[in-house]
Design a protein around this ligand. Structure first.
Ligand code: ASN
Ligand code: ZN
Length: 327
């Protein structure tokens, strides 16, 4: 049971598909959208009823319940990244309410986007302390950004949650989740830890988080959870029928390509690498895109945004080549 948990920790994309809008102007001169940030945080009170009972709405002051307040603040930071940096107005780019439910079921070791809202378990709070592996899932702001990004992917490329397109779906969630965290912490690409889910494991686990974008496969190595199964190169691509064909496993490859791109460009990762990935997701990828197509499209987009043979475009090509996907 525990083993499965880590591997499935963190995203399901639904089937809806939003309308696409025209390209580049917004992205180089993003303007905050008219503010439609409307957060609603509910508690399921340890049941499976969604959304549950309203615990905090937009404008309310902190409740003192960390799960409620973290879900609220994390949704806010995610909204702000998309709004202020990419000019996007919420999940559907049309001001959709940001609905979160915390305390979903009892001892639930996961978080997910259900096609309409974010849902967070409280981890192993039901177990005696020495048996706990997971803390509450709102504890890590990148997890919140990850789940919300599944909503955005649903309205944009709508990547099919299977095989390589599914691993890309997962990877975009990790990329923007990590950018939410990096922006809140004001960290440049070189200073960021690129860990996903830092703080999620209790001290009973030998691990720093559920994934590492910088060094896929290195996030944990634990007697109960096993070893982080992520590859960081096509040579180690994992063929499996588990986990929808390894969507949380092979996402290590595009994750590392993003990390390498951001590192090579330098500065804050959301400013350029983030824009390239955002425009790729919003305007260019098809639902069934594979890694090779994603690589080619990020390269094209980098050229459109920053110029042919620009430092940024060259960085993208180098990064994909380094993970075994030459353009
Ligand atoms: N926490 C997982 C994720 O967001 C949930 C899932 O749908 N596998 O990827
Ligand atoms: Zn996910």
């Amino acid at each position: 049971r525990q083993k499965e948990k880590a591997q499935y920790a963190i995203g399901l994309a639904g089937q809806m598909r939003g309308q696409r809008q025209a390209f580049t102007d917004i992205i180089l001169k993003p303007q905050a959208t008219q503010n439609h940030k409307n957060r609603l945080v509910y508690t399921a009170q340890n049941t499976n009823t969604l959304p549950g009972v309203l615990a905090r709405k937009e404008g309310d002051s902190a409740t003192g319940d960390p799960q409620v307040d973290e879900a609220y603040e994390g949704a806010g930071a995610t909204y702000d990244l998309y709004d202020q940096i990419f000019g996007r107005n919420s999940i559907d780019n049309n001001g959709m309410d940001l609905i979160s439910t915390i305390r979903y079921m009892k001892g639930y070791d996961n978080a997910f986007w259900n096609g309409e809202q974010m849902v967070y378990g409280e981890g192993d709070e039901d177990l005696p302390e020495e048996e706990r592996l997971f803390n509450r899932f709102t504890i890590a702001i990148d997890i919140i950004g990850h789940e919300l990004t599944h909503g955005i992917t649903q309205y944009e490329a709508n990547l099919v949650y299977q095989g390589q397109s599914g691993a890309l779906n997962e990877s975009f969630s990790d990329v923007f989740g990590s950018l939410v965290k990096q922006r809140v912490k004001k960290q440049t690409a070189v200073n960021a830890d690129w860990i996903i889910g830092e703080g999620l494991f209790t001290s009973n686990v030998n691990g720093v988080g559920i994934r590492s974008m910088k060094q896929p496969g290195s996030a944990y190595n634990d007697p109960t959870l096993g070893t982080d199964p992520q590859p960081g190169h096509m040579n180690e691509y994992v063929e499996t029928t588990r986990d929808n064909g390894g969507v949380h496993i092979n996402s290590g490859i595009p994750n590392k390509a993003f990390y390498l791109t951001a590192l090579e460009i330098g500065g804050y990762a959301w400013e350029k690498a983030g824009k390239i990935w955002y425009m790729t997701l919003k305007e260019k990828l098809s639902q069934t895109a594979n890694f090779e197509q994603a690589a080619n499209i990020t390269y094209q987009v980098a050229g459109d945004l920053y110029g042919q043979n620009s430092l940024e475009q060259v960085a993208v090509a180098k990064a994909w080549k380094a993970v075994g996907l030459p353009i």
